[in-house]
Design a binder for this molecule. Structure first.
Ligand code: YH5
Length: 262
């Protein structure tokens, strides 16, 4: 899954897409590099980020989804949103995947997703982006994240979203400190054993920065190591900014590994 941010504040992404044309071009480049899914996001969910209106989010993402859909049908378009209005409009414009860092907890989001035929990623987050990194706390981070994701998957199934449409994500960096993130990664096989495909997003995150001492633009080697480890521990979808390099790393991993593990 290639990351396509269409927010004006994506500070560590190197690229910022002020025009839909530039974002569409970048999306097509990631597809050509081997991404199966392009994740289009118009709400910044980085630590400290402020909320954005549905109108503003739609203004950012809809032209990009429409342009990508016109240009290619060879890639699944993901909409990174929590808002029911955005889910509906994005699905109408050709998105096939809903990536929600709030796991469809916003009022109306579950119903909006159920009314589409999109796949859904349910992500765990403790708190809200504006404050989530202030004081993350767990008694048992693995058990709490698993229980949350199981509960959200059950809510989806009750709302009519079939199990084949669901993926889950521990939400690295979303209300988690370095030790929480490393513990979740070590225990990823337990999450994978719950039956839903696991999505992992660690690309360029603070986890890499803390482990390597590197800034945003220099986190590729650390990000690749984490992508490989996640794949070996059973992750089925890797969310990444640097698609060509990540695809190479995952091809090598897949050739050596059999299923989860080596
Ligand atoms: C994710 O893990 N993450 S947005 C801070 C960075 C670099 C990157 C400090 N959306 C995820 O990518 N969706 C984001 O440097 C996501 N899983 C899913 N499903 C945060 C991000 C980033 C934040």
């Amino acid at each position: 899954m290639g990351v396509l941010n269409v927010t004006p504040d994506s500070f560590s992404d190197g690229a910022r897409f002020d025009s839909p044309a530039a974002a569409i071009e970048q999306g097509l480049r990631m597809a050509a590099e081997g991404a199966a899914i392009i994740d289009v996001g118009g709400e910044s969910t980085r630590p400290g980020a402020e909320p954005v209106s549905a109108q503003e989010e739609l203004r950012r993402v809809l032209p990009v989804i429409e342009g990508l859909r016109r240009a290619t049908s060879a890639v699944v378009i993901s909409i990174d949103t929590s808002k029911p209005e955005v889910i509906r409009a994005a699905a109408g414009a050709g998105a096939g995947f809903i990536n929600d860092v709030r796991a469809l907890r916003a009022p109306g989001a579950l119903e909006a997703a159920a009314a589409t035929s999109c796949a859904v990623c349910l992500m765990h987050m403790q708190g809200e982006p504006r404050t989530m990194q202030v004081a993350p706390h767990y008694v048992d981070v693995v058990a709490e994240v698993r229980a949350f994701l199981a509960g959200r998957a059950a809510a989806c199934r009750s709302a009519g979203i079939g199990p084949a449409r669901l993926t889950v994500d521990p939400g690295f960096g979303f209300g988690k400190n370095l030790e929480h993130n490393l513990t979740l990664l070590r225990h990823l096989p337990e999450l994978a054993a719950d039956g839903y495909p696991v999505l992992v997003g660690l690309s360029r995150k603070s986890t890499v920065g803390k482990l390597t001492g590197r800034d945003g633009g220099e986190r590729l080697p650390g990000s690749l190591a984490l992508a490989v480890i996640a794949a070996l521990k059973g992750a089925r979808i890797i969310r990444a900014h640097d698609v060509a390099a990540t695809v190479d790393a995952l091809k090598v991993t897949a050739a050596v590994a059999n299923g989860a593990g080596l």
